[in-house]
Design a protein. Structure first.
Length: 499
């Protein structure tokens, strides 16, 4: 964690020491004195910050949160938001990772096997995060720059690659990375510069688990497009060893110091703007799932004491009206657990993996069918509840409740409904992954708010529009990409979203 502070200090020095106007032509990221460790740390933090930040609207798209004074984003008016995502992922994550990779490749090492293994592990970790980042870009936009990305001198206006082609290439990269990390699991990697798993030998084994879990996720995501390939990929990754428990969760734990706090803290606490509250579609669904409500509700929401919201009969919490402005004091609030500067930002957790495997079992991508799907489904709920501090006795009672029990028709007419609803609950505060699950499974059934319907947006968006900067600066390639995906629209589905 000290590396975050060190990184910020280096950036501050770099920016403050420029007195020559010709320095404007020098990329500070390519300083001859920087170290790959600093770049790797910075890329990790920028990536997790982008996942956690409320400036991206995925918690609103999934109707887990509602707005108070500025409802336009929940009405799907998001003009500058795609630009920020595109820029951060390419400039602040992928470029830093590429620069770190280049420096490592150029650095000579001894002939010792340990030194070689450490170098291989570093390069594999960089590649895993690159794969993760590119998969997010595809899942957000569709076709994106890939083969020509990041080489500004050669390709100042990069072409957009076919999204499915990117996905297949990402999977092939990830297979190799997972094998390297497993082979070198006794060797460390980035040391303390790895602010996710810690960089020691034990962390290398966890990175291998993350790589295998990400393989499963990508394969399940494209399984409606290429089920045979997906099945082979999932079974291989499952045999190699994905995340094994909540202890393996891929997350960055933030610090209390300014600049290194969880971005949620700045939005929910230090700004004192009270912009977000729980959304009623989400709160009401959790309340209705079992008598007394889902036990995670007390972990997710809290009621103000003065003034306290007026609750409907039999309700413990009440969410704001989605797609409209809401009075903050009238509704339940977001739990203080999230209003914590050190609350972790998560890339992948064990609960998400279990729901993916439940889906894979139902699709016959792995053996076991519905019986095995139930095992994974129960494990996903259990992992989520344990992670939020729910007791074992409450978990046991929950799993046998009619609207939860996997084999009870009351829990859903199809496996998509069963898994989709519980994934929605478990992926609270992981808005992008909740949105991806919603798009893939088509559950929960969410309605476009009135203000959006009045503008002709009849369904929840299933992608971001391409950045406006791309439309003006890279117009030819943008136009080709927009045509290739079926139109640059919020309702244009990503290639894997077949139903």
């Amino acid at each position: 964690m000290k590396q975050i502070l060190l990184l910020l200090a280096i950036v501050s020095i770099t920016l403050s020491c420029s007195s020559d106007i010709t320095d404007m032509n020098v990329d500070p990221k390519k300083s001859s004195t920087t170290q790959p460790e600093y770049l790797f740390t910075g890329a990790q933090k920028a990536l997790v910050d982008q996942i956690v930040t409320t400036s991206q609207v995925f918690r609103l798209f999934t109707q887990q949160w509602a707005s108070t004074t500025i409802p336009s984003t929940s009405q799907y008016v998001i003009p500058d938001i795609p630009d920020a995502r595109f820029t951060v992922l390419y400039r602040d994550v992928l470029t830093d990772l590429l620069d770190a990779k280049t420096l490592i490749q150029k650095t000579p090492i001894s002939s010792a096997d340990t030194d070689l293994a450490i170098k291989q592990n570093k390069l594999a970790l960089i590649d895993v995060l690159e794969v993760y980042c590119y998969s997010m870009l595809v899942d957000t936009f569709g076709n994106v720059p890939y083969s020509q990305a990041l080489d500004v001198k050669k390709y100042p206006l990069p072409a957009y690659d076919d999204a499915k082609t990117i996905y297949l290439h990402l999977i092939s990269r990830l297979v190799e990375d997972a094998m390297i990390l497993k082979t070198n699991s006794a060797a460390p990697n980035f040391g303390s510069a790895d602010i996710i798993y810690g960089g020691n030998a034990a962390s290398t084994a966890k990175w291998a688990k993350f790589a295998n879990s990400l393989l499963i996720k990508l394969a399940v995501t494209i399984s409606d497009v290429d089920p045979a390939f997906a099945a082979t990929t999932i079974q291989t990754a499952l045999a190699a060893g994905p995340l094994a428990s909540n202890a393996d969760t891929t997350k960055l734990t933030y610090l209390t110091t300014t600049g290194n706090q969880n971005p949620l803290y700045a939005t929910l606490v230090t700004s004192n703007r009270n912009d977000f509250i729980p959304a009623e579609p989400f709160v009401a669904a959790m309340d209705a799932i079992v008598p007394g409500g889902d036990p995670r509700m007390t972990k997710y929401f809290v009621n103000a004491t003065a003034p306290a919201p007026v609750l409907p009969a039999g309700r413990t919490f009440i969410g704001g009206t989605y797609g409209e402005a809401n009075v903050f004091s009238t509704y339940s609030h977001i739990t203080a657990t999230l209003n914590n500067p050190v609350f972790p930002g998560t890339l992948f957790d064990y609960a998400e993996l279990q729901f993916l495997l439940a889906e894979a079992a139902e699709k016959n991508l792995i053996p076991g069918g519905t019986a095995k799907a139930k095992t994974y489904y129960d494990a996903g709920i259990t992992a989520s509840m344990l992670d939020w501090g729910v007791t074992n006795s409450a978990i046991t009672a929950y799993l046998t409740s009619p609207k939860v029990a996997y084999n009870n028709p009351q829990s859903g007419a199809t496996y998509k409904e069963k898994i989709g609803i519980q994934s929605w609950f478990a992926l609270y505060n992981r808005g992008f992954e909740a949105w991806t699950s919603y798009r893939r499974l088509d559950y929960p059934k969410l309605k476009s708010p009135t203000a959006a319907v009045n503008r002709g947006i009849l369904t929840v968006p299933v992608r971001y529009l391409y950045p406006s900067a791309e439309q003006t600066k890279n117009e030819t390639n943008y136009t080709t990409a927009a045509s290739a995906i079926g139109g640059d629209l919020l309702q244009t589905k990503i290639f894997w979203d077949k139903y």
